[in-house]
Design a protein around this ligand. Sequence first.
Ligand code: MN
Length: 424
Amino acid sequence: MTIGANNPELKSWVDVPPGSDFPIQNLPFGIFKTRYLNAVAGVAIGNYVLDLVYLHEHGYLDGLGLPAGIFNQKYLNDFIALGKNTTRAVRNRISELLRVETDELQLHKAACEIALVPLAEVQMQMPVFIPDYTDFYSSEEHATNVGSMFRDPKNALLPNWKHLPVGYHGRASSIVVSGTPLHRPKGQVKLPDSDLPVFCPTQKLDFELELAFITGKQSALGKHITTAEAEEYIFGFVLFNDWSARDIQQWEYVPLGPFLGKNFGSTISPWIVTLDALEPFRVQGPAQFPHVLPYLATEGSKNFDINLHVLLQPEGEEPTTVCRSNARYLYWNVNQQLAHQTVNGCNVRVGDLYASGTISGPSPGSYGSLLELSWNGQRPLQLANGIQRKFIEDGDTVSITGFAEKDTVRIGFGACSGKILPAL
Ligand code: MN
């Protein structure tokens, strides 16, 4: 599929500094507010947010069949529910308005001053209301590392792992937008030298580097979304930090899986990068053997070449990059995840979030959690200025960044960042 707005030759009259996550080929959607404006929808371009309410109210988006007030809302759900034909037409129209060779907005200086808000002056909000959230476990390297640590290095993957994308239903209510601090959670922990659990703040607080997709179309209860249909349902992607309390998790997880070790908070990046914008960055995923059941079969390039980095910054210190991974390593692709999620007739809703699971690569520097990077605390990480970490300490900030790059075009996500405050 060729999408005009993705053309690497396009240039914008809005200044886009080198290394920006938001060139004219990206145009991700988000919700922002300022000191003077309530939360409304916008699109990122360079160091600015383009105010979609202003564009819509002043006729720049006429002829696209948009309902009145569609962007004057605190969430994007109603907009993305209009369907891909509409959201794609809006992205194409914004691309047109921002091109150097187009005068309409560029020459209307008064309009530009109002419609372009400096990113430094906005507070980004949750982009969507998330009705339901699933977390998968789709990285073979991550599942192998965790299985080796907690069970048996010779049988690290459980027998089901290569036959289905393992997942669990997470907690949507505690998903927060980048920049929101979280308190260290407390819970039951069983220390190795004791038979009984104690109640205390977690001593093994961790991040999980993940990529998540957001659905833009609902399905009926009973319907199965096939792998071929899946992309019609996927609006776009965000970065996702699935904060995890490893000691709480290890004691509670048998037999039903993650619970309070996970649901105290998860952080997403504020801009939804559309599936359309990521089309040029498709790559083949790992070969799948044994062969998957027919309902999980996919052909062609279903993975995405997205560089993913994690930075850890102690209070008052400089950040250190502790992980360099890539979404291309995922064993199970998003088409398979959505097909599996719905194969029993489970319905999806607009705004649902489906996270990949921790994305670890093959080398130790690409492991997507401190559990793996420090090998459960056995090998402390060296940060800048002689600081060491086994797990996250109070005052630490964890930031995930992500970008795809090709033909001098860099499609980025903006930061997915959060600071850990002491336990309450
Ligand atoms: Mn996870």
